[in-house]
Write a protein that binds this ligand. Structure first.
Ligand code: NAD
Ligand code: ZN
Ligand code: ZN
Length: 336
């Protein structure tokens, strides 16, 4: 089968012919029809984080397609079912986190396109208990970005505890952020969007953001504070330390700063301000299977729709270049 394979950190991905994965009794084999390109895939191929991915690696954790083989233990799926394979490839199902509904925090989890091969390929193996069915009225292209960008931002908004009518600031209007704006609006929140360039800010405006600021030319912190008196929550998807600092500085007393982006940097946290202002700073990592089902349902109801740019697997190195240069407006989805 055709696959894009990373052999070396920061090297070019190679389009190769590799074996179709063998499945065991808890697995399914999915014929991939589309896969979104997440900035996490770029971090993986650059070896940006303390925990390194397998190598060689087939990246990709927004793969969607049809089930073409089913292991003996998987009884709830049938051939031809349309499913997606999220970042949470599997969890143990037995630990305190899994039993408490926090399977996304399971210490024994496997991650698609990181600890196991992912969906930048014609076929992908998945744990049958962790794939999620795609609602009938969603196309593969529309569904793919929801399997990471969608569920991650939907979950982050839940974690933020923001209530209808509250202000939320979304830092970074990329693949994740443009969906965060939509989920926030669908939840009845008022949105401030921060990124740079007309394309991304116009997109945020068209998706319902009340205030759109350019981090390169606007005084983001003072303008957000002036307009909102401080936001109830901020969701930082920016791949830059300065975005994180600003996402903290715009929070009102008692508010929550939700960290989602994963630049390999440290964020200074002022103790005095955090204590006096009663601010929470919290990380949020993807979502559970239940979060994913809920997030797909928003899209099935027409409340959220990813802005997609269709490409092919052969384009992957150019797509990574564009992503590195922050030149993508929406989410690139590769058709396979
Ligand atoms: P992306 O490249 O599509 O978007 C990132 C955006 O951040 C770009 O539009 C860029 O212009 C913008 N940006 C950069 N500096 C900024 C600043 N100072 N202020 C505001 N915006 C700024 O990336 P993506 O796919 O949306 O992923 C974003 C980050 O989220 C990555 O680090 C990725 O690894 C991480 N991620 C985290 C999770 C999670 O579960 N926590 C899940 C998926 C992705
Ligand atoms: Zn992702
Ligand atoms: Zn577990």
């Amino acid at each position: 089968m055709k696959a894009a394979v990373n052999h070396q950190f920061k090297g070019q991905l190679e389009i190769q012919d590799i074996d179709v994965p063998e499945i065991t009794s808890n697995d399914v084999l999915v014929k991939i029809h589309a896969c979104g390109v997440c900035h996490t895939d770029l971090h993986a191929c650059h070896g940006d984080w303390p925990v390194k991915p397998k190598m060689p690696l087939v990246p990709g954790h927004e793969g969607v397609g049809e089930v073409v083989k089913i292991g003996a233990n998987i009884t709830h799926l049938k051939l031809g079912d349309r499913v997606g394979i999220p970042w949470l490839y599997s969890a143990c199902g037995q630990c305190d986190y899994c039993l408490s509904g926090d399977e996304n925090l399971c210490l024994s989890q496997q991650n698609s396109g990181y600890s196991v091969d992912g969906s930048y390929a014609e076929y992908c193996k998945a744990n049958g208990n962790y794939v999620i069915k795609i609602p009938d009225n969603l196309s593969y292209i529309d569904a793919a970005p929801l399997f990471c960008a969608g569920v991650t931002t939907y979950k982050a908004l839940k974690v933020s505890d923001a209530k209808p009518g509250n202000w939320v600031a979304i830092f970074g209007i990329g693949g994740l952020g443009h969906l965060a704006v939509q989920y926030a609006i669908a939840m009845g929140l008022k949105v401030v969007a921060i990124d740079t360039g007309e394309d991304k800010l116009n997109l945020a405006k068209s998706l319902g953001a009340s205030l759109c600021l350019d981090f390169k030319t606007d005084d983001v912190v003072s303008q957000v504070l002036e307009h909102t008196n401080g936001v109830h929550a901020s969701i930082c998807t920016a791949v830059s330390k300065s975005g994180f600092e600003q996402s903290y500085q715009v929070i009102r007393r008692g508010g929550k700063c939700v960290l989602v982006g994963l630049p390999p940097e440290e964020m200074p946290l002022p103790i005095f301000d955090t204590v006096l202002n009663g601010v929470s700073v919290v990380g949020s990592i993807v979502g559970t299977r239940k979060d994913l089902i809920e997030c797909l349902d928003f899209a099935a109801q027409g409340k959220v729709k990813a802005i997609t740019i269709e490409k092919s697997l052969d384009d992957i190195n150019a797509i990574f270049d564009d992503m590195q240069n922050a030149e993508i407006t929406g989410r690139v989805v590769m058709k396979l």
